[in-house]
Design a protein around this ligand. Structure first.
Ligand code: SAM
Ligand code: SF4
Length: 513
């Protein structure tokens, strides 16, 4: 007789790197998603870029303002509209685009920046991506896979000393650190009984993951242990470049396994996904337009776009000279333009700029619509517990070098001086506000209201548990201004918010809406 009991997803185990490399990819979990043609159609993308460049007046203010009006309505742009924005050169129009990008960010995300920290768990890797310090052929790299005790020590510093609540956990691709290991490290990160210096109970409340593409069964396991966002960077959408930088015969060498990573995630119920291009590998205009095609593909098939888009840019790393020799490296102005056009093209998405970027570039990005940042980051393996406050840059234990080495407290005070509140909110997925549900509330501005409230509550927690008196003095005016805004704009809700706020001031923790 057939049983109707829920069958636990089966994850396959691989004993050797060779076995993993040969057998990990499941063709039946690629082909169905591409049966009507690939959503990245290179000749169409090239043609759209060429058409936009050949238009008699790429700076036509009427056409550009029509497009900007769509962004203001929080509508995803058509690829030809993004292509038109890419070609604008007129300074006044570019300024208008920047102002609109900021207005869109404020409409969807208010004046908040969500804070997170990267945590590197393993640099074991079976692949040989040309640009990465972790590539298997780089013998300068000391290979490390954190034990659960070591994970706990990292979490103690991140959550107990710095006050982080949200992580992006990063893994190389290797049979020893695949799904079972990822799941165990997530469980370990959540299961902490940690105290802040003042004795308040603190801990990690959301673990996002940056890892290799996975099969559906494996993603279901990660869903069960409470993964936040599943982040996979495409690196480059350009097939020939992809092939050149990711040797054939490696797992990562399979372009279609990677371009369907989020289709499988959606099937598995992991509906918060984070995309990104590694800028500097190929022509930025092609990559940006391809990102829009990827976002639109997910919207069309699953009614859910990317939860976040990241903007990694090629950085110096051990064992590669590509970061200085690639003909496609982008300057800071182009980087900002990419951020701005992405904000306008996918208005609802969260956008992340990390400590790889210089302080100047990160400060500028905030005015172009960035919503998430890290700070006080250490991307060396065991970097937080072994180095803590010194944050040295150790090339042989880390993937690439960081440019913004400001501490978390410095970053938070910088933001507060700009009138921006730092949010440690992790409520979304814990309240079931993920994927399509959160997309709708972002587009209509509803999510912004929850986030505003949760930003106030979590910022209050962080100030009480971790901030110096000087920092509190700088940050409290922003907090009070936000509380006042809640009172004005959400008068019916305000008494409950204030009651929660007062309970936090009295020592309760982890209250959210
Ligand atoms: N191993 C997984 C993968 O490749 O998908 C995930 C972890 S990998 C360490 C995370 C990301 O680091 C890659 O997707 C790539 O975009 C980025 N990366 C690699 N080398 C880099 C470099 N030299 N500069 C900046 N980012 C780099
Ligand atoms: Fe390995 Fe990822 Fe680095 Fe490629 S980018 S070498 S897959 S860690």
């Amino acid at each position: 007789m057939q049983t109707t009991a829920k069958i636990k997803p089966e994850i396959r185990k691989f004993k050797t790197a060779a076995d993993y490399t040969c057998n990990f990819i499941i063709r039946d979990q690629i082909d169905p998603y591409l049966k009507n043609g690939h959503y990245i159609n290179e000749s169409r993308i090239m043609r759209q870029l060429a058409d936009a460049a050949a238009t008699p007046n790429p700076n036509d203010p009427v056409r550009i303002r029509e497009i900007l009006a769509k962004s203001r309505q929080i509508e995803t742009l058509l690829p030809e509209e993004t292509a038109a924005l890419i070609q604008v050169t007129d300074k006044a129009l570019l300024d208008e685009m920047a102002a609109t990008a900021l207005a869109v960010k404020k409409a969807v995300y208010d004046n908040r920046v969500v804070m997170f920290a990267p945590l590197y768990l393993s640099n074991l890797c079976v692949n040989s991506c040309e640009y990465c310090g972790f590539k298997s052929c780089n013998s300068n790299q000391k290979r490390v896979m954190l034990t659960m005790d070591e994970v706990r020590r990292e979490i103690e510093v991140l959550a107990g000393k710095l006050g982080h609540k949200r992580l992006i956990a990063v893994y190389g691709e290797h049979p020893s650190t695949s799904t079972a290991y990822i799941a165990e490290t997530i469980r370990t990160a959540y299961a902490q009984d940690i105290k802040a210096p003042n004795g308040a109970p603190v801990g990690i409340r959301r673990v996002n993951v940056n890892a290799a593409p996975l099969p559906i069964e494996d993603l279901k396991v990660l869903k069960e242990v409470g993964i936040g966002t599943f982040q996979v960077f495409q690196e480059t959408y350009h097939r020939a470049t992809y092939k050149r930088l990711h040797p054939q015969g490696t797992v990562k060498g399979d372009y279609d396994w990677r371009t369907t990573a989020f289709h499988r995630a959606m099937e598995a119920g992991v509906d918060d996904v984070g995309m990104g291009v590694l800028y500097g590998l190929y022509d930025w205009k092609f990559e940006l337009l391809s990102t829009i095609y990827h976002a639109r593909e997910l919207e069309a098939k699953y009614n859910i776009g990317p939860h976040t888009i990241s903007f990694p840019r090629l950085e110096p790393a051990s064992g590669t000279d590509l970061p200085s020799t690639s003909p496609y490296l982008i300057d800071d102005d182009t980087f900002l333009r990419i951020v701005m056009i992405t904000r306008l093209s996918v208005p609802y998405t969260g956008m992340i700029v990390t400590c790889r970027e210089s302080p100047e570039s990160r400060n500028a990005c905030i005015s172009y619509g960035i919503t998430q940042m890290d700070a006080g980051s250490n991307i060396a393996l065991k970097g937080y517990s072994e180095y803590e406050s010194q944050s040295p840059q150790e090339q042989e234990r880390q993937q690439f070098m960081l440019a913004d080495t400001r501490s978390l407290e410095e970053m938070i005070t910088y933001l507060a001086r700009q009138g921006i509140i730092t949010s440690f909110c992790t409520a979304g997925y814990r309240c079931g506000r993920t994927g399509g549900c959160i997309m709708d509330s972002l587009k209509t501005g509803k999510e912004g209201k929850f986030c505003k409230i949760n930003a106030v509550l979590t910022f209050r927690e962080w100030l009480d548990d971790f901030a110096s008196e000087a920092t509190k003095k700088i940050c409290e005016p922003v907090l009070n201004q936000e509380l006042q805004a809640i009172q004005e704009h959400l008068p019916l809700f305000y008494p409950t918010v204030k009651e929660h706020y007062d309970r936090i001031c009295a020592g309760e923790r982890d209250l959210f809406f």
